[in-house]
Design a protein around this ligand. Structure first.
Ligand code: CP
Length: 302
């Protein structure tokens, strides 16, 4: 059982809670592979999704996860809701609470918005990505994908390359992977590296070759195209050439190292198409893990 009412990040979760979510996620993934889509765990429960930022994977997979568990699911439709008339997050939360929503799944551009909502409402709140803070369900699905292959995280080496500074995915993965005993190496252009990573447990590397040396997993992070306009790197072509991952770079990793990416991917920028579509790629499997781990999160909160 999870200690808190909400799942706001991997930083607040204990090692045991993360392990429980992953174990349950493995069971859910087996059920999905067997074609099971009506589990009934959330029968008579209502899940509302509130996406103040765009999403394909996270929103659709939370919706499918909730439906496969038998819940009623409603999307707030932020763009056509009273948010556009100026209704605050707190008032929106109170309104949905009054409708007896049991869960609220929120993505917001402001770090901390899910915590504010969680304090306001009785419903379980799940953070679906808040600003540059955390994206817990993404990190959990990444870890589920790794667990399925490696079973244990102890001594596992995970290399994360890309826009780490703006990445909530990188932070949540770092918190979760370190708690379970993995080593996390990171590499990015200096303009895309935040301070304090070493204090958070990461090994920050001077080159991408050093970061992926003997790695079991190589994870590319999305380059947010608006960062180029901000002058954080000269061009996408140069980014791909000097900072991206390609087949030659992969020779430094362990043979058969997994290629992962949270998506959406900029083909030929963070990863070459050969890596994205190659046999070591787990990018599509991550998407299935996403439905499974979100089913686990919803079930365990119930
Ligand atoms: N990885 C991820 O969060 O993707 P979406 O933005 O499509 O949800």
């Amino acid at each position: 059982m999870l200690k808190e009412k909400d799942i706001l990040g991997l930083y607040p979760l204990s090692k045991e809670e993360i392990e429980e979510i992953l174990e349950t996620g493995l069971e859910m993934k087996r059920a999905l592979r067997a074609g099971e889509k009506s589990l009934g765990t959330l029968k008579n429960k209502t899940v509302v999704t509130l996406f103040y930022e765009n999403s394909t994977r996270t929103r659709c997979s939370f919706e499918l996860a909730a439906k496969y568990l038998g819940a009623h699911v409603v999307d707030l439709g932020v763009a056509t809701s009273s948010v556009q008339k100026g209704e605050t997050l707190v008032d929106t939360g109170k309104t949905l609470d009054a409708m007896r929503a049991d869960y609220m799944v929120i993505r917001h551009s402001a770090g901390g918005a899910p915590r504010l909502l969680a304090k306001t409402v009785q419903a379980h709140v799940i953070n679906a990505g808040d600003g540059m803070n955390e994206h817990p369900s993404q990190a959990l699905l990444d870890m589920l994908t790794m667990k399925e292959k490696f079973r244990s995280f102890r001594g596992l080496k995970v290399a994360i390359l890309g826009d780490i500074r703006h990445s909530r995915v990188a932070k949540s993965n770092l918190y979760g992977l370190k708690k379970l005993g993995a080593e996390v190496t990171m590499f990015a252009p200096a303009t895309l590296l935040p301070t304090g990573l070493a204090d958070m447990g990461a090994t920050v590397c001077a080159s991408r070759e050093e970061a992926v040396k003997d790695a079991d997993v190589v994870m590319g992070l999305r380059i947010q195209l608006e960062r180029q306009k901000a002058g954080n790197f000269p061009s996408l072509g140069e980014y791909a050439k000097y900072y991206g991952a390609n087949e030659e770079l992969l020779r430094h990793a362990k043979p058969g190292a997994l290629i992962m990416h949270p998506g959406p991917v900029n083909r030929g920028v963070e990863l070459t198409s050969a890596l994205i579509d190659g046999e070591s790629s787990r990018i599509e499997d991550q998407v299935l893990s996403g439905v499974a781990v979100r089913m686990a999160m919803l079930s365990l909160l119930a």
